[in-house]
Design a protein around this ligand. Structure first.
Ligand code: PGA
Length: 268
């Protein structure tokens, strides 16, 4: 796991945007895994800025989002489709026919929908770079604690902590879904690179459990310890419970030296 610690959340977003831009500019048919939540909003803002500056075109890019709520359709402002349109898709030149979320409408079989989503990812050539946030409870996507580390796209019941964490986004009298479709942990681990962004003090414990805790379904993000190319971008607050703080800063300097000498090399 490559842990990189930045002074603030804006620098995390700028660095994440560099990773995405490198993939999109390098690969003929890039496949990008996307996340919702508060954390990636500033990343999407950076990508929109790059697009408007003429530095980035999404016409060849296919995207797969991690998750989507059940019980609301895509016209609902609380849907993750709506979130993606608002924060990214409506502001760049992406072909929306190549943007996918794991949906399951009323009457559709969630098991079949999960299988179909996995197949769609395979047919696109697999995910090159998966963007991730992390829940205060260590979830990635909506893989809540106790999720199988070998799980695939499926329906998940959200935990009370996740519902409480996200309740700030819903009005008091608004329906808040308790079920979601989510990529599984094995689906995420199949991505060639995973890039996890975490900012703020309320993520510090989950970050510590992910990076230095036991590999355990109690902290689903700890599964990233098994990934060959897991990059973790943190601000100082999210990194504040890591004991080896100075080691990560030192290791990052060494990596930068190698990058300067040999150039960036990501095997997409
Ligand atoms: P947040 O959510 O970015 O809104 O904190 C992250 C997550 O739950 O994965």
């Amino acid at each position: 796991m490559q842990v990189i610690i930045f002074d603030n959340a804006q620098q995390v977003a700028e660095n994440a945007a560099e990773w995405v831009a490198e993939l999109i500019n390098k690969k003929t048919n890039p496949v990008l895994g996307l996340a919702t939540g508060s954390t990636p909003i500033s990343l999407y803002q950076e990508l929109v800025n790059k697009h408007k500056a003429g530095e980035l075109s999404f016409t060849k890019t296919t995207t797969f989002n991690l998750d989507e709520y059940l019980g609301i359709d895509e016209t609902n402002v609380q849907s993750y489709r709506h979130f993606m349109n608002e924060n990214l898709f409506d502001h760049v030149d992406i072909n929306k026919d190549k943007t996918f979320l794991p949906t399951c409408a009323q009457g559709e079989n969630p098991r079949q929908q999960g299988l179909d989503y996995e197949n769609k990812i395979q047919q696109a050539g697999g995910i090159d770079l998966q963007i991730l946030g992390i829940g205060a409870n260590g979830h990635i996507g909506f893989n809540e604690p106790t999720s199988s580390l070998a799980s695939r796209t499926r329906i998940k019941t959200l935990t009370q902590q996740t519902l409480d964490d996200n309740s700030r986004l819903f009005a008091a009298d608004e329906f808040q879904p308790t079920l979601a479709m989510t990529m599984g942990i094995a689906t995420i681990l199949d991505a060639r690179y995973v890039l996890l962004m975490a900012t703020g003090k309320n993520k510090a414990k989950a970050v510590k459990d992910m990076v230095t805790g036991a590999l355990s379904a109690v902290c689903p993000a700890s599964a990233l310890q098994l990934h060959e190319n897991a990059i973790v971008l943190l601000d100082k607050e999210a990194a504040s419970e890591l004991e080896d703080h100075e080691y990560y800063v030192w290791a990052d300097k060494q990596n930068n030296k190698i990058n300067q000498e040999f150039g960036l090399y990501h095997n997409y």
